[in-house]
Design a protein. Structure first.
Length: 275
């Protein structure tokens, strides 16, 4: 977020690792965890919604084809925006608060919940849903590629329940799914971050998505749309490897013969294998 929204004329950070070092040096290690409350509040619901909607949509579509995997994932991505957008707004505002300060001189928000409450009181529902359209544009195709890549990777690697290497294979498949999904729509994420951060210092720069794209490109060129990509990909692999592997292993356990009489077929993987 900090790399995506920093002023090009007076940049604070030269890149991912310089940003990492600067935050620790200027704000202590706790600076790396600014805004963590928002994801902790929202990610549980987001993941439950995403995997639930994806599985049910895939069953409703009938056949397990690559196109249906993409469509089911896209549906899940679109629906979870109702939680994702306010969550990321709070995260963005919290992460930008007190940039470069060890001890905050002025603290606008106590925590993520306080941030959303204050934004709501000042700007209403429209305020806490700032960046919703750009979030929708990002998440819909992104989750389509997310589930499509995972399905293709698990098929290609031959992920079977009895395979002794199934966990490493699932971790690799999930990590690659995360990377592909972020690469597919990353420029939109830059625009979303800039729109949600707009007005933090009291000055509003952008009137909308197209205005943000036009001004960002005019001032910084095409490279602006890759700002922060390295840090995003470094995060994407382990996070999504853990997410997909955990969900899949849990479903494998729930579908085992001992539990078969208690559970119906679950979502996520609908392929002709023991997985």
């Amino acid at each position: 977020v900090r790399l995506q929204v920093q002023n090009v004329e007076k940049p604070l950070y030269r890149g991912t690792f310089h940003c990492f070092q600067s935050i620790i040096k200027q704000e202590s290690a706790f600076g790396l965890y600014k805004g963590i409350g928002s994801p902790m509040m929202g990610l549980t619901f987001i993941n439950a919604l995403v995997f639930g909607v994806q599985g049910n949509t895939l069953r409703a579509l009938g056949k397990d084809t690559p196109l249906n995997q993409f469509l089911a994932g896209s549906a899940a991505g679109a629906i979870q925006c109702i939680i994702c957008c306010p969550m990321e707004l709070a995260k963005t505002r919290m992460q930008l608060q007190g940039t470069g300060e060890y001890k905050l001189k002025t603290k606008n928000y106590k925590n993520s919940l306080d941030c959303l409450i204050k934004i709501y009181r000042k700007e209403g529902l429209r305020g806490i849903n700032k960046g919703m359209v750009s979030t929708l544009i990002r998440e819909t195709p992104s989750f389509g590629f997310y589930f499509l890549t995972y399905d293709c990777m698990t098929r290609y690697l031959g992920c079977e329940a009895e395979d002794s290497y199934v966990i490493p294979k699932l971790l690799f498949s999930g990590g690659m799914s995360g990377i592909v999904s972020w690469l597919s729509t990353y420029p939109v994420d830059v625009i979303k971050s800039r729109l949600q951060a707009d007005g933090v210092g009291g000055v509003t720069q952008y009137s909308g998505i197209l205005d943000c794209v036009r001004k960002s490109y005019h001032e910084e060129g095409w490279r602006v749309f890759t700002r922060g990509l390295t840090s995003t990909l470094l995060r994407a692999f382990p996070v999504n490897a853990a997410t997909f592997a955990t969900v899949t292993v849990f479903l494998m356990y729930m579908r085992s013969e001992d539990n078969l009489h208690e559970c119906e077929p679950g979502p996520v993987i609908q392929q002709p294998s023991s997985l």
